[in-house]
Design a protein around this ligand. Structure first.
Ligand SMILES: NC(=O)C1=CN([C@@H]2O[C@H](COP(=O)(O)OP(=O)(O)OC[C@H]3O[C@@H](n4cnc5c(N)ncnc54)[C@H](OP(=O)(O)O)[C@@H]3O)[C@@H](O)[C@H]2O)C=CC1
Ligand SMILES: O=C(O)C1=N[C@H](C(=O)O)C[C@H](O)C1
Length: 233
């Protein structure tokens, strides 16, 4: 496939390596807000910056190029991207985390939340740790985990920081040099602690999942998720 990389930073470069190793060709590498001929590509992969993701995605959908986005921190425009995709009969995936392991972790988190909702006495909290160059907090992955818990428990919302009200989930975001991404969900009672944790060892897992998603969506029409790609719904 001919792939457009919308964002050629840490993730764009990692995706390029995996894409080439799987027999694809990179035809566009976009790193600034300039005009590109997106129709040169069979599929586009957006890992850019929060301010440019929606424009990048819209450009693909307006030109009938299937697009997957991993950029976090732009979701106030997600509904508009979905509407545009439907209007143009295009193809679009957003995932806060493309790692195959994290997508299994998302399912485990929902199952655990369902079970924990049946017993009393546990306080829930979350922690995410990322490198110091990350622009957004909490991470998109932490937000997806919190949403998975909210769907399956009596919690109403999430909030950033140590302290929270009873009905909210507290998410602590730490920034430590060179950490690719670590997420922990913790249930604590007076008598014990249950913790589930995903630790990314590098960016390779995110990049591989993104290329798999791009291969999957190339011949499809619709708005999809990684659950569709991995068939774990
Ligand atoms: N969903 C997932 O699995 C993952 C998501 N992410 C997310 O992906 C995004 C990118 O992460 P990462 O690669 O580490 O960040 P980087 O900052 O390394 O890369 C972002 C790149 O986008 C470029 N850029 C700026 N403006 C535009 C534009 N208009 N169009 C295209 N590119 C542009 C930046 O250029 P310049 O530096 O010159 O501004 C930079 O090179 C983040 O939102 C991050 O949270 C990261 C890892 C996994
Ligand atoms: O910015 C990053 O690096 C990462 N961003 C994503 C997020 O916000 O969840 C995914 C991953 O954790 C790395």
């Amino acid at each position: 496939m001919k792939i457009a990389l919308l964002g050629y930073g840490r993730m764009g470069k990692e995706i390029e390596k995996i894409a080439i190793s799987r027999g694809h060709e990179i035809v566009i590498k976009k790193d600034v807000d300039d005009e590109i001929e997106i129709t040169l590509a069979d599929v586009a992969i957006d890992f850019s910056v929060p301010n440019s993701a929606f424009n990048n995605i819209s450009n693909c959908l307006n030109n009938n190029v299937p697009v997957i986005s991993g950029t976090t921190g732009w979701l106030e425009n997600y509904k508009d991207a979905v509407a545009l995709c439907k209007e143009k009969k295009g193809a679009f995936i957003y995932a806060s985390n493309y790692s195959l392991g994290v997508n299994i972790f998302f399912e485990l988190n929902k199952q655990l939340a369902k079970m924990m909702n049946t017993i009393e006495g546990y306080n829930i909290s979350m922690e995410e740790i990322h490198h110091t160059l990350k622009l957004d907090a909490p991470s998109g992955t932490a937000i997806t985990l919190a949403e998975g818990i909210i769907e399956n428990s009596s919690k109403n919302n999430w909030e950033l920081g140590e302290k929270t009200s009873e009905e909210n989930i507290a998410i602590v975001a730490k920034r430590i040099p060179d950490v690719p991404g670590t997420h922990t969900v913790c249930y604590e009672s007076e008598v014990d602690t249950i913790e589930i944790k995903h630790t990314a060892h590098s960016r390779k897992g995110f990049a591989l999942g993104a290329v798999i998603a791009a291969e999957w969506i190339a011949d499809k029409t619709g708005v999809f998720s990684m659950e569709d790609v991995l068939n774990i719904r």
